[in-house]
Design a protein around this ligand. Sequence first.
Ligand code: DHB
Length: 629
Amino acid sequence: MSYQTDISGVKFSNCIFNASGPLCESLKELEIIGKSKSAAITTKSCTLEERGGNPRPRYKDIQFGSINSMGLPNLGYKKYLDFVPRLKEFDKPVVISVSGLSLEDNLAMIESFNNSDADLIELNLSCPNIVGKPQIGYDFEQMDEVLSKVMAICKKPLGVKLPPYFDFVHFEQVANILNKHKVKFVSCINSVGNTLFIDPDNEEVVIKPKGGFGGLGGKYVKPIALANVRKFYELLDKDINIIGVGGISSGKDVFEFILAGASAVQLATIFMQEKESCFDRIEKEFNEYMSSKGYSSINEVKGKLKEFNKMDKIRIDPHVHFRDADQNYKETIAHGFSVANEAGVSYVFDMPNLLKPILREEDVITRLKLVPEDKKCNYFLYIGATSDEDQLKEAIRLVRDRREVIGMKMYAGRSTGNLAIINEEEQRKVYRILSENGYKGVIVVHCEKESYMKNIFDPQNPHTHALSRPKIAEIESLKDQIKFAKEYNFKGTLHVAHISCAESIEMVNENKKEMNITCGITPHHVIWSDEKLKGPHGNLYKMNPPLRDEEEVKKLQELLKQGKVDWIETDHAPHTVGEKLHSGFPSGYPTLHIYKEFIEKFLPSLGISEEQIDKLTFDNIINAFGLRL
Ligand code: DHB
């Protein structure tokens, strides 16, 4: 599929073609463009007479783009006039760029092209590379005069190649002139004129003309070009089309220009660097990106750039189980992010209790490779804590040195995976080693004491799950953790994950004076009771710790309202429905799916203010983890 476009009534089979400038001077070069996927053929800016241009070297590829001072080398307009019939054989629009050294020259050339089969004329008012000839685009009076004369005689759709502008007043003044003369299109931007690139090793400039000053192109200029496209889209009459040019090197770049308001784009530096294959590559990338977003035409996107929505809150879910790897049939990290983003969550902290748990640096590296490129900054993970001293020391180092390793996780009781430290002496040892090694980060603890759990779960009667993990298991485990932390004067933060009993919450709060201790609660423990386990498909609601009775849930809601819980964490833990209901009966619920409604409707219905919700979903979390976002 190709995304067609239209410039002043001229049809383009796709929206990407060459800019006047590189590789479009000779007939041979223009024929190459004709044969390529470029949607049109644009000629090098012509003058009345042939020009050899400035002395070489006059073009240089530099770190993020290019610098040039070509000096308008071209064959003289008559040659391009002669080329038009041949170029039209390629069955695509021919755009003639005209850059006369005087108004008279421009008028003479345009008169001639009026009688050709050229489709569009692009009047170049922005060449920065001719000594003694300032850019007309920066002289508004002259621009006004030139356009009044030129528009009076031009019979073809005529557009203007503009230099970049940087001031809102200038944008308005230029737009008024362009609207007044009813130009048909604008191409913006030309290279950023008279910039200087220096080679420090050789202590010299990199091009010969004009003491090294030249027009800057490539990635450096994309944000400038986007700003110019956007501003002119806002200010120009709607029937004036905009062609975006400046630093485009990928399909996504093209998309950005269309969003900003362009009807088509031109390629310059990337064409010089990659040659004509860039048209094919970039068009394919653009087509794929457009169809992946479900767009079937340029018009659905053109100019539709959104304002920054200040109402969008940044929310963090500091407790998810994104599966991936050998459990990607349950969920991938990419999918987890799409669910999180729909729920309004931008950042997640992922748990380490995978089939192959995250315990060592190599596990962290392997895991991070699964994170989509555009989510790398939004993904954090915990390192599992074992009672092995070496492993703990490595974990301490990773939390300290690796930005993505957000903290440690200890399972003080069996849950999903194989990471539990059920022996109290071994749990004590963890606190000792962390304290001896100066660990000041967060250790998230799953508190359920093994000796209080009962092996009575019967899948035919899901409520037995709640009975198998009674409140006392959480409360007693929490007592142990507090005792051990105090015993070794633990200076980090003990975080009690997915707290499920009012008594545990009170205990956390009572201890806040003496130690760094926090607790988090899941949406499911606050909205649902163990009645869910008694209903149809009760096993769907099996999680650790289990849902509590209705009376307890009411108390949890009240304590949450009183500000006694530090944050909301989902414990999002997807399984397949088949597993949940028919085989294995694993614990875990995909809670991110109910997060949005919980935050936006349920918490306000409890009387929790917006300010408090922000603390529960962001401020308290970044403060505890010392995170700067
Ligand atoms: C040249 C450079 C430009 O930026 C332009 O618009 C026209 C000509 C040149 O140096 O050849």
